[in-house]
Design a binder for this molecule. Structure first.
Ligand code: FDP
Length: 315
């Protein structure tokens, strides 16, 4: 049995970086415990205010953010926190070498129906400043609070998966996750079809045509509507996730956030052999202009991402 601490020793010699990842794992285990009993505590509802994105905050969004903030504040290796739930970056006033960008509780519209939600995080060197490309990440991970609580991590080139055991310890269950090169599953909110661009429409229509279309094979559609759950499925068994730029989200730059959703997920998926793109450029090459910036997100099995890129290349 390999523990998280043992695995971290194999990934980096940087004690500070190891501690940052351990802190996020500890915070996530605490969030898992809160989520487990949230319906009993009556915490699945709205908090009564909106975040900087203009989205209604759930009580658990706020609680999860407080848990992450509390733990990171105690770690001297972390100097800055960027969170989906906080308008501004929090400076801890120390010389910590790392900054963390996080969505403490992603997919929270699924909370009241007990569907998988998650915590997503990205770790960067403080020296690079708040706005760094995804390629600069030194660690990234997410936690999926599902039937099992899974922690997926990348520090070096390897993406590994851990499960939280009954004693609160993270146990390595997949040493080297690989996104299958080919897949017959796509994930997109098809209710948005009327807003799609020509490339997305072409790709989805070709997929739906199955054996009779140009793709020449049958596809299935899966959409949990909780990014962590959809990405975890794709990491483990392949597929493609699309939240493309469409006519409704165009003025905002997209739907999902670059620093704490798109970048960590793209870095994890690419570390496991998949691909990621906005449709026009690699997600990891996007130059950030703001901490809550949004981008189009397409990522998953290499063959499917390339087929969609083919549609974008048509113009
Ligand atoms: P949520 O608003 O519930 O936090 O991060 C945004 C997100 O969920 C993603 O987890 C999810 O993939 C997406 O929104 C779902 O969007 P739709 O409501 O358009 O399906």
């Amino acid at each position: 049995m390999t523990t998280l601490a043992q695995w971290l020793m194999t990934q980096t010699e940087d004690v500070g970086l190891r501690s940052v990842v351990e802190t996020m794992a500890t915070a996530s285990a605490e969030i898992a415990a809160v989520l487990r009993e949230a319906p009993i505590a009556g915490q699945t509802g709205l908090a009564g205010h909106t975040n900087v994105q203009g989205e209604a905050q759930k009580a658990l969004d706020v609680i999860s953010n407080d848990v992450v903030l509390k733990h990171l504040r105690e770690n001297p290796a972390v100097s800055v926190l960027v969170s989906e739930e906080l308008d501004d970056a929090v400076q801890f006033g120390n010389q910590g070498a790392f900054m963390v960008a996080t969505d403490p509780l992603d997919g929270s519209s699924n909370l009241d129906v007990n569907v998988t939600v998650g915590t997503i995080f990205s770790v960067l060197k403080s020296a690079g400043g708040l706005l760094q490309k995804g390629r600069a990440q030194v660690a990234a991970g997410y936690v999926a609070y599902g039937p099992a609580t899974s922690l997926v991590l990348r520090i070096s080139g390897v993406v590994s998966v851990f499960t939280l055991d009954g004693n609160g310890a993270w146990v390595l269950v997949v040493e080297k996750a690989r996104v299958p090169e080919a897949s017959g599953e796509f994930a997109i909110n098809t209710a948005r079809e009327r807003f799609w661009d020509a490339a997305t429409l072409g790709y989805v229509q070709e997929s739906v045509a199955g054996e009779t279309g140009a793709a020449g094979k049958r596809y299935n559609m899966r959409w949990v509507g909780s990014m962590v759950a959809d990405i975890h499925r794709i990491l483990m068994r392949g597929g493609i996730f699309l939240y493309p730029l469409d006519s409704e989200t165009a003025s905002k730059g997209g739907r999902l956030r670059l620093l704490y959703e798109a970048n960590p997920m793209a870095w994890l998926i690419e570390g496991a052999g998949g691909l990621s793109t906005t449709g026009r450029q690699g997600i990891l090459d996007v130059e950030p202009t703001g901490i809550h910036q949004r981008v189009p997100v397409i990522l998953g099995s290499a063959e499917e991402v390339r087929r969609l890129e083919g549609w974008y290349a048509r113009g």
